[in-house]
Design a protein around this ligand. Structure first.
Ligand code: FAD
Length: 432
């Protein structure tokens, strides 16, 4: 009840657990609070877990962590009605050292939090933090939904995910606008291991990911199909502003994707095991809120740290959690928990890949959030598929004529020559 902690961490997702692990390892007295029955109980993601940022915390963690398959191939399919223009890269060098894996949060979060517990963090699960305790504008602890559940702390690390009520209560950010979040739904489909390996051309433990563009009813969004050991993760995330405009439910979009013949072939015979939904922060660089104040820091999804272009979120969460943890250690050694010391966290994030990558793609949010979704996610994928079909169809039409036809299709999809040029330029700029 009245126990005082050096730090309280709210949320045992990748961000909060990384923060708790870092601080506990350095000997700080840390509480890790999670509303789920256990960490990961309610969490979902695609999902791909990356090595580098987790290894910065726990060297060779993959030798004991519950991971699914080591990803050796990443594909991108631009879907037409019954076709796809496909890109991809398979490389066996991604096995050694591993680059990334598929994973399931139920297992992974639980394991990761157990590492923080081993390091000395006190787990307080099945407990909801209802508000931040403040004294003269300084955060001095948290209130939980338990009887006599106030916890005092020098520092509170807010890692409560995309719908961060605590972040909002500090006005670190406001309610996200519909163009700053997408709503994703995901289905887990069970299939025998060998069937998955045969269908994706894999050896045991090797994995493959497919990102899907198109088939989202002209809404800005991406689908995904990932291989786990004996399940496939199939999902789609669509911008909330587009969902509201079109009045289409995300599961209808997912159902539509399942009807695509190329996807159908990969999932057929599978048994649907689980269905879930979650928001994804999509606001990017311009949506990052202030990262700290007197007695608090905010990290991961709660601070919009997702690189949607590369579907990276967990690694930004882990790194921001670690950097917040390191800053707390510094503050603890100085005995100063004011923003003037905690600002170090902001500086560390700025000099990390998080800030640099999100800055590089800051224009993408503008393109997706306010661009012409119909054109980008419907007309253009269709035109690209039709152009590919025509180019490869041997029907006696001279190649030069075919080339012209293909160009016309792409130009028409964009709305004209000039628009195609503008789109290309905009796309290029948003990525640079
Ligand atoms: P979260 O993982 O959301 O964790 C927050 C935790 O806080 C939760 O455990 C929650 O229960 C707890 N909590 C919330 N409020 C309270 C409270 N008041 N009191 C106590 N506890 C609370 N990222 C990737 O890297 N690769 C992918 O392939 C990928 N695919 C994705 C696919 C989908 C469909 C989705 C939804 C996301 C995907 N992401 C992916 C993004 C990634 O999941 C997130 O960026 C990452 O989980 C953020 O971690 P976090 O710790 O900040 O937040």
């Amino acid at each position: 009840a009245d126990e005082k902690f050096d730090a309280v961490v709210v949320g045992a997702g990748p961000a909060g657990t990384a923060a708790a692990y870092t601080m506990a390892k350095a000997g700080l007295k840390v509480a890790l609070i999670e509303r789920g029955e256990f960490p990961g109980a309610k969490n979902i993601f695609g999902g791909v877990l990356y090595r580098k940022q987790l290894e910065d915390l726990i060297p060779e963690f993959w030798k004991e962590a519950p991971l699914e398959r080591t990803i050796i191939e990443q594909r991108l399919w631009v879907l037409g009605e019954e076709s796809a223009v496909t890109f991809g890269h398979r490389n066996y060098r991604y096995q050694n050292p591993p680059n990334c894996w598929t994973g399931l949060r139920v297992k992974f979060d639980q394991w990761f939090a157990s590492k923080a517990e081993e390091a000395g963090a006190m787990p307080i699960y099945e407990t909801v933090v209802t508000e931040l305790l403040r004294q003269n504008e300084r955060v001095v602890g948290v209130r939980t939904d338990r009887d006599e559940g106030d916890l005092a702390a020098d520092i509170v690390i807010i890692a409560d995910g995309v719908n961060s009520l605590l972040g909002k209560s500090l006005l670190a950010h406001r309610e996200w606008r519909p163009d700053q979040v997408s709503l994703a739904v995901k289905e887990i489909i069970a299939l025998p291991k060998r069937t998955i390996e045969d269908r994706f051309n894999l050896e045991p433990n090797q994995g493959c990911t497919i990102e899907l563009i198109g088939h989202t009813h002209g809404m800005a969004g991406l689908g995904f199909l990932y291989t786990n050991q004996d399940t496939l993760s199939l999902g789609v995330g669509v911008m909330v502003n587009d969902l509201a405009k079109k009045r289409i439910k995300p599961y209808e979009v997912l159902d539509g994707m399942k009807q695509h013949p190329m996807i159908q072939q990969l999932i057929q015979g599978g048994e649907s095991k689980e269905y879930s939904g979650h928001l994804i922060p999509e606001g990017g660089f311009d949506s990052i809120p202030p990262l700290c104040g007197d007695g608090w820091m905010i990290c991961g999804d709660a601070a919009q740290m997702v690189n949607a272009v590369h579907r990276e979120g967990t690694n930004l969460a882990v790194t921001s959690g670690r950097l917040a943890g390191e800053t707390a250690i510094l503050a603890h050694s100085k005995g100063d928990f004011s923003s003037s010391t905690l600002n170090q966290y902001d500086a560390l994030v700025r000099s990390s890949f998080i800030h640099k990558d999100l800055k590089k793609y800051r224009g993408v949010h503008q393109l997706l959030g306010f661009g012409d979704s119909e054109m980008l996610f419907d007309k253009f994928p269709e035109a690209l598929n039709e152009a590919a079909y025509q180019m490869l169809l041997v029907d006696g039409v001279p190649k030069k004529q075919k080339q012209k036809l293909a160009m016309r299709m792409l130009r028409d999809a964009a709305g004209g020559n000039l628009d195609l040029l503008r789109l290309g330029l905009k796309g290029w700029r948003s990525m640079n």
